[in-house]
Design a protein around this ligand. Structure first.
Ligand SMILES: [Zn+2]
Length: 422
């Protein structure tokens, strides 16, 4: 790093925390690494910034320093570091611009999480939040069961919570920030990171009339009205009997509804019924599929017997019979091989040596092959002919099984098998 002459405004007091709605700022670059790191990023220190460094569960901001893109912002103790792919000249005035859409979304989810946790923590629920996660499309709070054997909210309670919070959004209750000087040894809350040391400021976020305050470094909305709307999603069991309750606030509610409507429209076209009939319609389709599968299985069984009878007739005139069907699969070959075994067509007690080759699959895709014969020696003899003419791998005693990469040479192989004497 180039030596620092101007000090940096520490995390806790940076512009994005004091003025979370500020989208740009004139400041100066006080340091920049001379070379990029292993991942190709320069580490840039600005005097102050409108880009929030990741912390408190809130992801980092992105934006620009002049026309240089900022990919990431991180906190190191009380310092903030911007990650760029081009160096930023040190000692010059710079103009920092925030990717506001990404940030405002984070503000809605983060402030929303404070409100959701506060409501659940109070009468009549008394359910505490252990941790939370802000995801790319949905977020969750983790309600810890833990030693306290905390109960989890019922579906009915969650409905009430959602209704209550959407009412609090209409009330536009202010978010207030209270600050105090960080004294590492006496007043550092447990929720602060271990390396948040060396002075700085601790910020407490109050939701007026709802939540008395939580230590939090995040950037928050002005009042609950800016949350726009809450939709609680599903909940999921997590380790230790915990429950993850998923939620979305603000624009994400509309985005999620949009995505659902697209799926609904596609299903409407596919099924030719309105949304309220989707479940009934798909249930009918599943039942029909089960019936069709049963019918297909029965017919395949019958067809396998007919084919086996035909093989039996052919075996009266020659010692090797081969069958290749493009439309068949392993399951069908198995049915034929079982019928051949049941009819004792290639038994080693038979008076005559015999072999049957069964192959299936489309010409260019290939597929399974089974060789059945009166003895292992005959199996090997037949397999040799099959392998010589086809791109195939396989093996086995008593019954040879393999897989061809394609069936391009099958006509020629069948001709040779026809003339083979075993
Ligand atoms: Zn927070």
């Amino acid at each position: 790093m180039t030596p620092v002459t101007i000090t940096q405004i520490p995390v806790g007091e940076i512009h994005c925390q004091r003025e979370p709605y500020s989208r740009e700022l004139k400041t100066s670059c006080i340091a920049c690494s001379e070379k990029p790191d292993k991942k190709g990023f320069y580490h840039v220190k600005l005097h102050d910034t409108v880009l929030f460094p990741e912390g408190g569960g809130q992801p980092y901001d992105t934006g620009f320093i002049d026309d240089i893109q900022v990919y990431n912002v991180q906190r190191k103790k009380l310092e903030h570091i911007h990650y760029t792919k081009q160096p930023v000249p040190v000692g010059q005035q710079v103009f920092v611009k925030l990717d506001w859409e990404r940030r405002f979304d984070h503000m809605q989810q983060h402030s929303g999480q404070h409100l959701l946790s506060a409501v659940l923590e109070q009468e009549p629920y008394f359910i505490e939040t252990g941790s939370w996660n802000l995801g790319a499309t949905k977020s969750y709070i983790e309600l810890e069961s833990g030693e306290k054997k905390q109960r989890m909210p019922t579906a009915e309670e969650l409905k009430q919570v959602q209704k209550h919070i959407n009412q609090l959004i209409l009330d536009a209750a202010p978010f207030l920030v209270h600050t105090e000087t960080n004294n590492d040894s006496t007043n550092k809350p447990d929720s602060l990171p271990e390396d948040y040391v060396g002075g700085g400021t601790i910020r407490h976020i109050e939701i007026k009339g709802i939540d008395r305050g939580n230590a939090c470094c995040g950037t928050h909305i002005k009042h609950t009205g800016h949350l726009q709307s809450l939709k609680l999603l599903h909940s999921e069991k997590a380790r230790g009997g915990n429950t993850r309750l998923f939620f979305i606030f603000g624009q994400r509610v509309t985005d999620t509804l949009d995505a659902s409507l697209i799926v609904s429209k596609q299903l409407n076209t596919l099924l030719s019924v309105p949304q309220e009939s989707f479940v009934e319609n798909v249930t009918k389709l599943q039942q029909a599929r089960t019936t069709n599968q049963k019918t297909a299985k029965r017919l395949m069984g019958e067809l396998a017997i007919y084919i086996t009878n035909d093989i039996a007739t052919q075996l009266k005139g020659k010692s090797v019979v081969s069958l290749y069907r493009e439309d068949a699969d392993m399951e069908f070959l198995q049915l034929i091989s079982f019928a051949i075994r049941d009819q004792k067509l290639v038994d080693n007690n038979a008076e005559m040596n015999r072999a049957v080759v069964l192959a299936a699959g489309e010409k260019h895709v290939g597929g399974p092959v089974i060789i059945l014969a009166s003895s292992d020696a005959i199996i090997q003899q037949v397999a040799k002919t099959v392998m010589a003419g086809l791109d195939i791998k396989g093996g086995g005693k008593g019954r040879w099984q393999g897989k061809a990469k394609n069936w391009k040479g099958i006509d020629e192989v069948q001709k040779q098998l026809d003339q083979l004497t075993v």
